[in-house]
Ligand binder design. Structure first.
Ligand SMILES: [Zn+2]
Length: 255
């Protein structure tokens, strides 16, 4: 019967088509660093001026219940300079627990905060989850609203294999020495990111930090930030890495 070779051929074509395609992920060419300051604090202008000293640009993740006609013009002017403005939700709820926040409310937080920032003529591409972690069941809600997001669903990886809507960040406050303001741990994490060609996004809040060191003083001061930026500048000037505002960092790393 001639039908059998034909069926066999069909079977072979079909089984071949069903083989999973192995996604080839090209490695990043070099490490990319970015800095995001959360919440919308009055010290954001100090942060901006410190970055100016080094010729770098920070990014700001805004909790939009603090955004109003009084506070917005500053961020609009930053956006016009090329600084990335991200959403950090409207009311800063925890997004790690569906019993606290249901899907509908979460979607409102995502949409509403973005629209509020955009209503001032500021483009928004990124989102930062309040308190860092977003429950996996909520992640798909980000897809229609944001190009990239920090949700801490990244399995401790900071490379090109991480979906750019599931990124993690590296805390300045949690990694600076609480006894003597040494930035040694941050410096060595920067060195490691350069070797591994990672996308490492550092973050902070108010400046000086409202988190305290062992002496009850601000855990991160303006001079601590200068020390970190000075170290990164020496690396960038040596062509070891790029230091970019968040939107540009994503473009450069995920191109
Ligand atoms: Zn926050």
């Amino acid at each position: 019967m001639k039908i059998y070779p034909f069926l066999l051929l069909l079977f072979l074509i079909k089984s071949n088509a069903q083989q999973p395609t192995i996604k080839k992920v090209a490695g990043a060419k070099q490490a990319v660093f970015s800095f995001i300051f959360d919440d919308l604090n009055t010290s954001d202008s100090l942060v901006k001026s410190i970055f100016d000293e080094f010729g770098f640009q920070p990014s700001f993740a805004i909790t939009t219940n603090r955004l109003n006609p009084k506070t917005a013009p500053l961020y609009k002017s930053y956006a016009e300079e090329g600084i990335s403005i991200l959403s950090h939700s409207h009311t800063h709820p925890k997004m790690n627990n569906s019993s606290v926040l249901d899907k509908e409310s979460l979607l409102m937080e995502l949409k509403d905060s973005k629209e509020r920032i955009e209503s001032y003529g500021i483009t928004v591409r990124g989102f930062v989850t309040p308190n860092s972690y977003m429950r996996p069941e909520f992640l798909s809600l980000l897809d229609t609203e944001y190009d990239y997001a920090f949700t801490n669903n990244h399995n401790d990886l900071y490379n090109i294999s991480v979906d750019k809507r599931h990124l993690g960040r590296f805390g300045i406050e949690s990694n600076i020495s609480t006894s003597d303001h040494s930035i040694e741990k941050i410096r060595s994490r920067i060195d490691q990111a350069i070797i591994r060609k990672e996308l490492l996004v550092l973050y902070g809040h108010a400046m000086p930090s409202t988190y305290q060191d062992d002496l009850g003083k601000p855990r991160v001061t303006a001079n601590d930030l200068r020390a970190i930026l000075g170290y990164l500048k020496s690396k960038r000037d040596n062509n070891d890495c790029l230091v970019l505002t968040a939107d540009l960092a994503m473009e450069a790393y995920y191109k």
